[in-house]
Design a protein around this ligand. Structure first.
Ligand SMILES: Nc1ncnc2c1ncn2[C@@H]1O[C@H](COP(=O)(O)OP(=O)(O)OP(=O)(O)O)[C@@H](O)[C@H]1O
Ligand SMILES: [Mg+2]
Length: 359
């Protein structure tokens, strides 16, 4: 059963359509990331789940019951806001304990639970401070603590790690994954960081322009992006897009070199999407000139300029190539992604020969 269902949900502020018809079924116990660029409607969606905004149209259901008219306090949801609104007059300990106090949890038990959360979030030494005496990252951790201290049915987290430095962020990422595993509650996690979404989630909804572009497991959205937007948003370095041409007999060429055989009419010009890890240098292949070379230790990212565009290759760290050098590259036909040159949607059926690796 799904924990949360969004059915035809729309939201407009005045004339502005922000959420334009979202259908989502979030499985019970899922860690769902709402992933998308700034302004795409992630926070608005989350606020509707929390009951802080009312949908202009459509239905929100929690455990099967329509909650459109249920106030936030009656939804058994904890939310961590993007702007971690802490109570300024309360200490860190009091902020974290607040949801427990409101629910009448006895003082002794409160102290124990606050201490456990503070330890997990490395807030122990800060418990007696006021929010204004904390850095942004520390305040963010307190806000997280306040949500974690009671175990509600559903957690809503709006970019809760965005103010943390890289080390703490990766530590917190691991803690949240572990927490989710331990308590098994449904979590909806907003982020514009695709790496965060890929590493933490059981499910990802990629959102753009107020619409869910794709919903699936991290592997599904990575391996089989439904359109160029999703393909370009997921994966680092970003997928390269170059122009392909279909010739006689379905020969698909890239910069004049045959790279696959496809089931399409001569003259078609699909966009070919290539991930950096699928590119190899070879004796025979697409001719290209080496551009930027970025050694990052165990591997080297190399930009290859060919007549059809620029392709990035992720090569072994000891690859010795120099900018300006002429090389050839190849990529497995089965790992190419093909998109409609106009609408950008994935071309699946006419190109089945290319799909064998992507099931
Ligand atoms: N109360 C409001 N009144 C008018 N417009 C709003 C309101 N709240 C949000 N918007 C607009 O709706 C759009 C989506 O906002 P939202 O905060 O949901 O985006 P987001 O995906 O969370 O972005 P970010 O990653 O920057 O936080 C934005 O263009 C924003 O300006
Ligand atoms: Mg937001």
């Amino acid at each position: 059963m799904s924990a949360i269902d969004l059915v035809g949900v729309r939201k407009q502020f005045g004339e502005t359509q922000v959420v334009r018809g979202v259908d989502l079924a979030v499985p019970s116990g899922a860690f769902l990331s709402l992933l998308g660029p700034s302004g795409c409607g992630k926070t608005t969606l989350l606020r509707m789940l929390a009951g802080l905004e009312t949908p202009s149209e459509g239905e929100i259901r929690i455990d099967g019951a329509v909650v459109n008219a249920v106030p936030p306090g009656a939804r058994d949801i904890a939310m961590v806001f993007q702007s971690y609104a802490l109570y300024p007059q309360m200490t860190v300990a009091q902020n974290i304990a607040y949801p427990l106090r409101k629910r009448g949890v006895p003082k002794g038990e409160r102290a124990g639970r606050v201490a456990a959360v503070a330890e997990m979030l490395q807030l122990g030494p800060l418990l007696e401070r006021k929010p204004r005496q904390l850095s942004g990252g520390q305040q963010q951790r307190v806000a997280l603590g306040r949500a974690l201290v009671r175990e509600p049915r559903i957690f809503l987290l709006d970019e809760p790690l965005s103010n943390l430095d890289a080390t703490l962020r990766s530590h917190m990422r691991a803690e949240l994954i572990e927490l989710h595993r331990r308590i098994g509650r449904t979590m909806v996690y907003v982020t514009h960081d695709q790496l965060e979404a890929m590493t933490m989630s059981t499910h990802i909804a990629v959102i753009d322009g107020g619409v869910v572009q794709q919903f699936g497991t991290p592997q599904q959205v990575y391996r089989r992006p439904v359109n160029r937007m999703v393909a370009g948003f997921i994966g680092t370095p970003a997928m390269a897009f170059v122009e392909g041409r279909v010739g006689e007999g379905g020969a698909l060429t890239l910069a004049g070199t045959r790279v696959a055989t496809v089931d399409a009419a001569p003259g078609a010009t699909p966009v070919i999407g290539i991930r950096a890890e699928d590119v190899r240098l070879a004796e025979i292949g697409v001719p290209a000139r080496v551009g930027l070379v970025e050694p990052i230790g165990h591997e080297t990212l190399v930009r290859l300029h060919c007549d059809a565009g620029i392709v990035t290759a992720r090569l072994p760290g000891d690859t010795a190539v120099q900018p300006g050098e002429q090389v050839h590259f190849t990529a497995d036909a089965g790992r190419l992604h093909l998109f409609d040159p106009i609408g950008g949607e994935r071309l699946t059926d006419p190109y089945q020969g290319n799909e064998r690796d992507h099931g």
